[in-house]
Write a protein that binds this ligand. Structure first.
Ligand code: SF4
Length: 357
């Protein structure tokens, strides 16, 4: 399956979702949207962590009124999340939203849907249809008895049809479920049913640890099928963590080009250095390295450079010191006390060389 690159490209601000193998990272703010300062501060933290598109909730008029000010003060595309109320959607579009998330079938009368579609068209912004297993339409639940992948696809097609009837095609669709197997099946079926880009997510996946495992299991399976053009990891945690997990997940599939990766050994009785501490320090450091460098940290030199042949740079522990190696070859010995600093310097040099190319 290669649904990812075969999707219709949809512009969101200065980014394009779909039509390529790129997977765009999104997150959502946890602040009250009407609190512009707090929301902008959170968005800045998210952007620094690698978030490419941010979504804010728009539950009321105060939130809708804040959109234009937030938009002015941030650098990444802004998605506004609206439930039911078409007036909030109109306000958000007027305020400069780069995309709105609203289900056209939930807006109500056709005139209201037409107004929203007209406004979105005029500004050239897309609409994300958010199908959620937990809130399927009554008629679909009655038909299937409980939330199923087929029911979710039917719901998506119902909303898509409404937009297509109004000659609107800048559509992105999500098929979220908290149940991993249901989400996998729903996305797989959706990818066969239409060629609009898919926004991936395992909704309400849980806390930082459990939610990370659950999201990686579900989204990993979906990504490996070549499905998914953008994603959000949903965690009961600081949203910056969502972005970190998303980046790590995309690294696992080679779907991110502006991130450094860490390879570290699990440690064993041969360990010669304080590997766990070192690996954590290096991992923290490379979060901000935006070059595709593979860094390796190994506890001993038994298999040392050989084991890390695949890495661009790394350290293998020896008694009281470390062997610094590049591309599988030992470059020099460094004392354990300065090992991390030396490695960081070398990583910076390598990153600078990468950007010079
Ligand atoms: Fe053990 Fe050395 Fe392998 Fe780490 S690199 S797991 S310390 S043998």
């Amino acid at each position: 399956m290669t649904h990812r690159s075969k999707t219709r490209p949809v512009k969101v601000g200065n980014l394009t979702i779909g039509g390529s193998d790129q997977v765009i990272i999104q997150s959502m703010t946890t602040t009250k949207t009407h609190d512009v300062d707090a929301t902008v501060r959170e968005i800045e933290r998210l952007e620094e962590a690698g978030c490419q598109i941010v979504r804010v909730a728009c539950p009321d008029e105060r939130a809708a009124n804040a959109i234009s000010e937030i938009k002015k003060r941030i650098n990444i595309p802004l998605v506004v999340d609206i439930h039911f109320d078409y007036r909030l959607a109109l306000k958000a579009i007027e305020g400069g939203a780069d995309k709105i998330r609203i289900n056209p079938g939930n807006i109500g009368k056709r005139e209201k849907v037409e107004e929203v579609v007209k406004a979105a068209k005029a500004k050239g912004i897309p609409i994300r249809i958010g199908v959620n297993a937990g809130s399927l339409e009554r008629h679909i639940l009655q038909k299937y008895g409980y939330p199923t992948a087929d029911g979710m696809v039917e719901s998506a097609l119902h909303h898509i049809q409404i937009l297509e009837d109004l000659d609107f095609h800048d559509i992105i669709v999500s098929m979220k479920a908290s149940d991993v197997r249901l989400a996998i099946e729903a996305y797989e079926k959706a990818s066969r049913a239409f060629d609009y880009p898919l926004h991936l997510g395992i909704t309400e996946s849980g806390t930082l640890f459990a939610g990370t495992v659950k999201s990686a299991a579900g989204l990993g399976a979906i990504l490996s099928m070549g499905i998914g053009n953008t994603l959000r990891i949903s965690l009961s945690a600081d949203p910056v963590e969502e972005v970190k997990v998303a980046r790590e997940l995309l690294k696992s599939f080679g779907l991110i080009s502006n991130a450094a990766t860490l390879v570290s050994c699990p440690t064993c009785g041969r360990i010669e250095i304080d590997l766990i501490k070192i690996a954590n320090e290096v991992e923290e450091y490379i979060q901000n390295i935006k070059a595709p460098i593979k860094v390796s940290v190994l506890g001993c030199a038994v298999n040392g450079p050989g084991e890390a042949r695949e890495a661009d740079i790394g350290i293998a522990g020896a008694r009281g010191e470390g062997l610094l190696f590049k591309k599988g070859k030992t470059v020099r010995k460094v004392p354990e006390a300065t090992m991390v600093e030396e490695l960081k310097k070398e990583i910076d040099i390598m990153a600078a060389e990468y950007f010079k190319k």
